[in-house]
Write a protein that binds this ligand. Structure first.
Ligand code: 13P
Length: 248
């Protein structure tokens, strides 16, 4: 039985002091949630977030990570820095990183492998543009993204991973995918994991939907058989997030 995982992706929002205050505010609201609750926060907010979340059910994640161990990579964050700071999850290959920071399926794969090497759980993002959806190539595109992201990943590692399906046209637009569209792609992702690794891994891996998730649509989306929670942008910055986490 998979445990639901609802993760906030704060993107480039909240200062360290705002982070501390918000997590203090959210702790009592999220206490006792059935789902696993994660806040993926900007690098500079990780330490205050981990400190503020101590002793609660809130787990802290990062939004990105570099694939090298250390060295002359100005501005980048190494995997062991995240581990040492208390991070458990790391978002890899978000569409905004692919679009604005030239991430490719190949760099995503290197980061996924490096995250596992350090015991971090990657939240591997995939998703199509509106043009791709209209061209009818959504499933081909997503299969390619996931196949490359998981090259060299073992079945045991894959079983512990999280995949986030985020149609690009639904991110920050208020235009949520229909429940059928979200389930169709999440189901296809699970079928691909089954092809690559077998049933046991496919039954264990958790697949999130992301893109304009809000209190009003969370219950319906998260009730789908292949949707194991959400990756939530805007709605994770406000106390409304409680209603997304306690969607039932
Ligand atoms: P929104 O929930 O703001 O649409 O963002 C989704 C997202 O990109 C989460 O990673």
């Amino acid at each position: 039985m998979r445990k639901m995982i609802i993760a906030g992706n704060w993107k480039m929002n909240k200062t360290p002091s705002q982070t501390r205050a918000f997590i203090e505010e959210m702790k009592p609201l999220l206490a006792g949630a059935d789902a696993e609750v994660v806040f993926c926060v900007p690098a500079i907010d990780i330490i205050p977030a981990v400190e503020a979340a101590a002793g609660s059910n809130i787990v802290i994640g990062a939004e990105n990570m570099y694939f090298e161990e250390k060295g002359a990579f100005t501005g980048e964050i190494a995997p062991d820095m995240l581990v040492d700071a208390g991070v458990k999850y790391v978002i890899i290959g978000h569409s905004e990183r692919r679009e604005y920071f030239a991430e490719t399926n190949e760099t995503v794969n290197k980061k996924v492998l490096k995250a596992f090497e350090h015991g971090l759980t990657p939240i591997v993002c995939c998703g199509e543009t509106l043009t791709q959806r209209e061209q009818g190539i959504t499933l081909d595109w997503i299969r390619q993204q996931i196949k490359i992201a998981f090259l060299g990943v073992t079945a045991e590692q894959a079983a512990s991973a999280v995949i986030a399906y985020e149609p690009i046209w639904a991110i920050g637009t208020g235009k949520v995918a229909t429940t059928e569209q979200a389930q169709e792609v999440c189901g296809a992702i699970r079928a691909l994991i089954c092809e690559l690794y077998g049933t046991e891994t496919a039954e264990a891996i958790r697949i999130q939907y992301g893109g304009s998730v809000a209190p009003k649509n969370a219950a319906e989306l998260f009730a789908q058989p292949d949707i194991d929670g959400g990756l939530v942008g805007g709605a994770s910055l406000k106390t409304d997030f409680e209603q997304v986490v306690k969607f039932k």
